[in-house]
Design a protein. Structure first.
Length: 461
């Protein structure tokens, strides 16, 4: 993905800049897909400069996504239940998808993300095979569908190809075989998983093509036996790929893991060599003090998805304790219960308030960093997430005159956006120097609501 070789310039009414905070009158210049100069309070405005009214941020990074879960929005909300009953509905949707319907659904879901200011998505992808686990003629066809969907929606993607080998752990710690639709998720073992992933054809740096990079994921200690974890982690080392894993999302997961291994999930991953600075632990909801210390010392990223964690009644994770221990934070939309990274970011703070009955655990800048710089770094894009010369030219401009943000003062514009703005307030999105959203309209997908409606109804009908 490239903005070409043309030079471009934008004049941001307000922009959030690294080390400087929110500054007025910022001239932002780019050549091709990179910023070339950033000048606060500029007095020389080149001809053709586009003016950006509101607060301009770096593009947002959605660090944890399951695109096909978008079809579940709303239909799981009637009646009572648990994470486990929700999972059965998710399996029903997974059973119905084929490459064509998945392309339509993922394209529409990624277009919704673009409208929300997301320039890069980390797709935690485990729907690999056809019905009954039968591989497609191209064993990576579903992966290629997701890469194409991101291209059509105009955003970058880190394809986090997920190893999923077992059906779970019973309460007494017995490994369960893959059953039913889970057969579509699985490879024979970690070696077979690695062989399939290698066939995607990434280069030595994990690049799959313009705007697409390859990473690895361990679904969870429920779905990958301890004996197979090291092989997945080892695969990620030669190209420095990100490694993501669901961790301690449910109390039942912790109990089953203790029964099976006499270790917490974090302890099992540590012993397998799966924790480190390229690792992202997703959810990290039910942790003990020892787990937090272990993750912090390993310098893992911790990805919080508060709207999903609330929707599934998971619980509230120890975000402040993890950051203080040494884990940078990121945020993700996960199940697509909603797609709004401002909401995800502020709920990290609000969760701490609910647990402690105290306010002010995170500054707005810390939450913004989680949604931008650290999110991109966790997905293998360290050159993105800042408005600075040399970085990828990603911009998102948020209106400061909507019903949610009206009255925002320049001195507290970032706080107004992080704690009050919604995805609907995003007016402009630039990805790698290319306009993707202008005046709130997607430039590549003409009718995003219509595309979503058609794709969801096709899957559910």
């Amino acid at each position: 993905m490239s903005g070409g070789s043309a030079s471009r310039a934008w004049l941001a009414e307000l922009a959030w800049l690294p080390g400087l905070g929110v500054r007025p009158g910022v001239l932002i210049e780019a050549g091709g897909d990179r910023f070339t100069a950033v000048s606060p309070e500029a007095d020389r405005i080149p001809p053709g400069t586009r003016r950006l009214a509101g607060l301009t941020l770096p593009g947002l990074a959605n660090a944890h996504s399951h695109a096909f879960h978008r079809a579940l929005r709303g239909i799981t909300e009637a009646g009572r239940g648990t994470f486990w009953t929700w999972r059965e509905r998710m399996y029903e949707v997974a059973a119905r998808l084929d490459p064509d319907s998945y392309l339509d659904l993922a394209t529409a879901a990624y277009a919704e993300m673009a409208l929300a200011g997301i320039s890069c998505v980390g797709e935690f992808h485990y729907l690999h095979h056809g019905p009954g686990g039968e591989p497609y003629a191209d064993p990576n066809q579903m992966s290629r569908v997701l890469i194409e969907a991101a291209v059509r929606a105009g955003i970058r993607i880190s394809l986090l190809d997920t190893c999923y080998l077992a059906g779970g752990l019973s309460p007494d710690g017995e490994q369960q075989p893959l059953r039913g639709v889970q057969l579509r998720f699985g490879d024979a073992d970690a070696a077979a998983w690695a062989q399939r992933v290698d066939a995607l054809g990434a280069d030595s740096r994990g690049v799959l093509g313009p705007g697409a990079r390859l990473g690895a994921a361990i679904h969870s200690v429920r779905a990958v036996p301890a004996s197979q974890l090291h092989a997945v982690a080892a695969w990620s080392h030669p190209c420095g790929a990100p490694l993501h894993v669901h961790l301690s999302e449910q109390v039942a997961e912790n109990r089953a893991c203790l029964a099976a291994y006499r270790r917490t999930p974090a302890g099992v991953l540590y012993e397998a060599g799966a924790l480190g600075p390229r690792t992202t632990v997703v959810h990290a909801t039910h942790l003990g003090a020892g787990d937090i210390r272990l993750l912090g010392e390993s310098q893992c990223y911790a990805c919080f998805c508060p709207t999903t964690e609330a929707d599934l009644a998971d619980g509230i994770g120890p975000a402040r304790a993890l950051l203080s221990a040494g884990c940078p934070l990121t945020v993700g939309s996960d199940s697509q219960a909603i797609v709004d990274l401002f909401e995800e970011a502020r709920r990290v703070e609000w969760g701490e308030r609910l647990m402690t009955q105290q306010r002010g655990h995170f500054r707005a800048a810390e939450l913004a960093r989680a949604a931008t710089l650290d999110g991109h770094a966790s997905l293998g894009w360290p050159e993105a997430g800042e408005i600075v010369a040399g970085a990828l030219a990603d911009l998102v401009t948020v209106s400061l005159d909507s019903p949610r943000t009206a009255g925002a003062a320049a001195g507290s514009a970032l706080e107004s956006v992080i704690f009050a703005a919604a995805a609907a307030d995003v007016r402009e999105v630039v990805v790698s120097g290319r306009d993707i959203v202008r005046d709130g309209q997607h430039l590549l997908v003409d009718d995003v609501p219509g595309a979503l409606t058609r794709a969801v109804r096709a899957v559910l009908s």
